[in-house]
Ligand binder design. Structure first.
Ligand code: GDD
Ligand code: MN
Length: 366
């Protein structure tokens, strides 16, 4: 029996890329020459059936593999799982949409093999690299701003820390994997931030192509994820991205609460009734926004969403009791009214977050 053990595993996250896959496999085959390789498509159950196309390709070619993830979304998380699924000594990550130039992969690998670097980035911004054509003017501007911001947290000069195209040694990846944030769009930035200064980084230029088939998944959500990742890293990894989102949603919920309270009072409700209506409205909107944003990668739908909402009411109810308990206790122990008030809110919100992550949107807290 012939055994197959690739030198490099090319990890490709996909979401609605069915038309691009056959083409990409052909291009990889041409580009890799005598390097033994495999490609791991990690598809988040794309509605266009990308995973079916990938598995069809896998039937005909042992070098093609596919992980179909269900009930989850996220580019970074997909890359992490794909890379962890293999044992090849080198891992490369690239997009499925043919925007990344596969022909530089051998040059990237050569740098790793010659031990010139631990991580090699396919860069649009060094030497002959270019991002013309690939991005709209607005997106190119956003990319420049983000690159500046990123320099803050990685503390080194890398020309393209936002690249989605890079290769690294397996040991390096296996070491950083547990500290990466799976919900984001920028996994390379996260790797650079969490290995701050400890890695030898090289860059290889390439020309960013424009997308031919399918649509970009870059959206407001990706921007929010990016800002969350920055805050997470600035705080030394102590504050989780999810927690930040949860708190922001809570603050918006407070504003909604006050607006509804005011409207009800103006509408002639008694205070108790008005406060009750405002509370239910705010809790409901908090649930909906958290479901869309904070937990977008494990969104509850249909009856699961209804059950989640009811559980969220219970969690928030208990959280409110904890809030009032802590605040009153501090107040009677002679703390000033505002310290007591803030401490109550912090305890209540943290309680809500922890319990929601356990009971409402079950999974690990990131
Ligand atoms: N599994 C999975 N889950 N894959 C995803 C998801 C997701 O939620 N969202 C996007 N993808 C896949 C896409 O199918 C594509 O193969 C790749 O991730 C990149 O997504 P695009 O939508 O094409 O992103 P982009 O072109 O706007 O930006 C990409 O290129 C930039 C330049 O290198 C990203 O890689 C950026 O991070 C990068 O800066
Ligand atoms: Mn793209």
């Amino acid at each position: 029996m012939q055994s197959f053990s690739p030198t490099v595993s090319v990890v490709v996250p996909t979401f609605n890329e069915s038309q691009n896959l056959p083409h990409l496999v052909g291009l990889l085959d041409k580009a890799m020459g005598d390097i033994s390789w495999e490609v791991v498509f990690v598809d988040d159950d794309s509605p266009d059936g990308t995973w079916k196309v990938a598995k069809q390709l896998a039937k005909a070619d042992a070098r093609v593999r596919c992980i179909r993830r269900v009930g989850r979304r996220g580019l970074a998380g997909a890359c992490i799982e794909g890379a962890l699924s293999s044992a090849a000594p080198y891992v490369a990550v690239m997009d499925a949409d043919l925007q990344h130039d596969e022909s530089i992969l051998p040059a990237m690998l050569a740098k790793l093999k010659n031990d010139d670097a631990d991580l090699v980035i396919g860069s649009r911004f060094v030497g002959d690299g270019s991002s013309e054509g690939g991005f709209s003017a607005r997106r190119a501007f956003a990319s420049r701003v983000a690159t500046r911001l990123a320099a803050f947290i990685i503390g080194r000069q890398v020309s393209d820390p936002m690249s989605g195209f890079f290769a690294l040694r397996r040991e390096v990846f296996e070491t950083v994997a547990p500290s990466l944030v799976p919900s984001g769009f920028k996994i390379l930035l996260d790797i650079l931030a969490s290995t701050r200064g400890q890695m030898r980084v090289a860059e290889v230029a390439y020309r960013f192509r424009s997308r031919q088939e399918g649509l970009s998944k870059f959206d407001t959500r990706a921007i929010l994820d990016f800002l969350g990742l920055l805050l997470h890293r600035i705080t030394g990894g102590t504050v989780s991205v999810r927690f930040l989102f949860f708190m922001i949603v809570g603050a918006i919920g407070l504003a909604i609460h006050l607006i509804v309270l005011r409207i009800c009072l103006l509408g002639g409700f008694g205070f108790e009734a008005a406060q009750s209506v405002a509370t239910v409205v705010a809790m409901t909107s908090n649930f909906l926004v958290n479901n869309l944003l904070t937990y977008s990668d494990m969104k509850l739908r249909g009856t699961a969403a209804l059950a989640g909402l009811l559980k969220f009411y219970v969690v928030c109810g208990v959280g409110a009791l904890a809030n009032i308990g802590v605040a009153s206790w501090l107040f009677v122990s002679n703390e000033s009214w505002w310290i007591a008030g803030i401490a109550g809110v912090v305890v209540g919100a943290t309680f809500n977050y922890t319990m929601s992550s356990i009971f409402v949107w079950r999974q690990q807290q990131n």
